[in-house]
Design a protein around this ligand. Structure first.
Ligand SMILES: Cc1ncc(C[n+]2csc(CCOP(=O)(O)OP(=O)(O)O)c2C)c(N)n1
Ligand SMILES: [Mg+2]
Length: 584
């Protein structure tokens, strides 16, 4: 992209002598040590917004060939690091300056914390020599970050920078993964030390490679339960994808003839037309099954804290974290370890042992659930095909689902329009569904979209936003354009924070319920145009599909993000919102 300062010749200045100094092979600075440690971890990209405290890390990244993706708001950098971890299965890295750089990133780090996404946040700090003196942007970052990370510490000496980066990364992958935070003061980054005096943990050698199956007796016990079951069901949660256990997970369902349900990042684990793929009959299965296995998702509010699962059945829980197993409700069998390793071992232990009469019973169970799925879909069809104007958000969701290509990564960022979309959108492949997870953070979409594009240059990326969510981080669409990762944005625009508005109206009536939740009518299509891309407004339901196709073509042709702003009916709410299930 052209820019006055993109010509390196014009940028050359007298400070080249300074650069010469750090090219001395016998010394290395703290920032360069940080970059070296990241490189040894396999990090190829950092997400960041610049600040004087952290420039030496950038210089190190230049040496190590690490890509620097600079955004316009640190929240987006942190969401992008989280998104990059989700998409690559590796560590995501966000680097921010001290003070407001750190506080701006906190929502993204907290989102990764509740979604168990492995990221490293490196934050700047005033020099050690100015410790507690009121330096520029000084804050107690480590104290602030501790409750929303698995590890938070400050680096006190340049010699320890690489070692502590590796330590933080090791902790990010300890048990169920999550974020780690490392504060590195400016003078620690800038100081140069003798290379022979520092510890630089070697690539691939500073942490275990274990994919634990836990206790082999539990594998046998679970295999026995599944062999004997007549009405088993399995729910796969985000850890199955995070730990890349999706192939073993699919093989288990198919091998043992078990209906599968999918939460969060595990959506898309089976193709929607697979006979073992179920998504509309979860409560029915939870009520009538004789064995249920919950893999890699906690009994949190999304699961009704486990209360909705019958007490009459055998309940098995598998998780990467010991702390999660048995939390909020009793279980009959708990396993801690790597989801893929466990599921693979269970399949092996159960293979060939299912008697014919049991297999026939389970097929009958699957037919029963499949029939119930069809009835549920038929019930939704009038909404999915609604011709009403203003446009019914169910129709938008249905159109998006039909529009998705085999390789489209679908991202949801918003309130009710996105909740509704979960009833229609079925990603075609594993890893192609992204949502904020248990923190429910609005604003994840833009960072996730940038990350998805960078991690998968050949895939299409579509982000469906609510109008409230879109306005939170949309300016980083410019970043997506600048780094040549344009995506299709669809806004379900009801000029309101509708998911919240419903509960207010229900509780306080129309007069007092429309307070603090009504937004202006913004034609967001022009936002894409401002950034050189394609944008349009859709008010006729018949125009949704053609507009989506035009967006796809425009993104390919202009290499700029497209925004399809669909005006939707503010009187339509998601069923969960009307029942206020998220607070129960
Ligand atoms: C960062 C953040 N702030 C506030 C909320 C509370 N919240 C949940 S849904 C919602 C409304 C979202 O509006 P919009 O994106 O337009 O979707 P709609 O419900 O209107 O379809 C709000 C404000 C949140 N989840 N995250
Ligand atoms: Mg809205």
């Amino acid at each position: 992209m052209s820019s006055v300062i993109s010509n390196p010749a014009a940028a050359s200045t007298a400070d080249d002598t300074l650069k010469q100094k750090s090219r001395d092979a016998n010394v290395i600075s703290g920032g360069h040590l940080a970059a070296r440690a990241l490189k040894n971890e396999g990090v190829d990209t950092i997400f960041t917004l610049c600040g004087g405290h952290i420039i030496d890390i950038y210089d190190g990244c230049v040496d190590e060939g690490i890509r620097i993706i600079d955004v316009r708001h640190e929240q987006v950098a942190a969401h992008a690091a989280d998104g990059y971890a989700r998409q690559t299965g590796k560590l995501g890295v966000v680097v921010t300056t001290a003070g407001p750089g750190c506080t701006n990133a906190m929502t993204g780090v907290a989102t990764a914390f509740r979604s168990e996404s492995p990221i490293l946040h490196i934050g700047g700090q005033g020099g050690m020599s100015q410790h507690m003196m009121g330096s520029l942007q000084d804050l107690p970052h480590v104290d602030m970050m501790r409750p929303i990370t698995k590890f938070a510490a400050g680096v006190r000496s340049t010699e320890r920078v690489a070692d502590m980066v590796s330590m933080a990364i090791r902790e990010a992958f300890n048990g169920a993964p999550g974020p780690a935070y490392l504060e590195i003061p400016r003078d620690v980054l800038d100081r140069e030390v003798d290379v022979s005096k520092v510890v630089i943990p070697a690539a691939g050698r500073y942490r275990a490679s274990t994919r634990s199956i836990g206790d082999p007796r539990d594998i046998e016990a679970l295999a026995d339960l599944l062999v004997d079951a007549e009405r088993p069901a399995i729910l796969y949660g985000q850890q199955v994808w995070t730990a890349r256990g999706h192939e073993e997970a699919a093989a288990l369902l198919r091998g043992l003839d078990i209906p599968g349900y999918f939460n969060g990042a595990s959506r898309g684990l089976l193709p929607p037309d697979d006979p073992h793929h179920f998504d509309r009959t979860r409560s029915q299965a939870f009520a009538k099954a004789d064995v249920i296995v919950i893999v890699g998702t906690p009994f949190d509010f999304r699961m009704g804290y486990g209360k909705r699962i019958s007490k009459e059945l055998k309940l098995v829980q598998i998780d990467m974290s010991y702390s999660t197993v048995g939390k909020n409700r009793d279980i009959d069998l708990g396993l801690v370890g790597d989801p893929g390793a466990i599921l693979g071992a269970v399949l092996q232990a159960a293979s060939g042992r299912i008697k014919n009469d049991k297999r026939e019973k389970r097929r009958e169970w699957m037919r029963e659930l499949a029939a119930a799925e069809e009835t549920a879909t038929a019930k939704l069809m009038p909404l999915f095909k609604s011709d009403s104007a203003p446009i019914n958000p169910y129709r938008v969701a249905c159109e998006i689902n039909e529009f998705l290509a085999e390789d489209t990564v679908y991202i949801g960022d918003g309130g009710d329009v996105v909740t509704i979309s979960a009833q229609a959108v079925r990603p075609r492949r594993p890893g192609q569904w992204m949502d904020p997870g248990a923190l429910g953070s609005l604003g994840v979409g833009t960072g996730f979209a940038i990350a998805a594009g960078l991690a998968n240059p050949n895939k299409e990326v579509l982000c469906y936003y609510g109008d409230g969510a879109f306005a939170m981080t949309a300016f980083d669409m410019e970043t997506a354009n600048r780094f040549d990762v344009p995506y299709i944005a669809v806004v379900g625009n009801n000029s309101a924070m509708n998911q919240i508005r419903y509960g207010q109206i229900a509780k306080y009536g129309k007069e007092r319920g429309n307070v603090g939740n009504l937004l202006g009518d913004v034609p967001f299509g022009t936002f894409a145009q401002m950034l050189g891309g394609h944008g349009e407004e859709v008010r006729d339901p018949a125009q949704i599909a053609p507009a989506l196709r035009r967006a796809r073509e425009a993104v390919a042709k202009t290499r700029r993000c497209a925004v399809i702003n669909v005006w939707v009916d503010p009187a339509v709410y998601a069923p969960g919102t009307m029942a206020q299930t998220m607070y129960k």
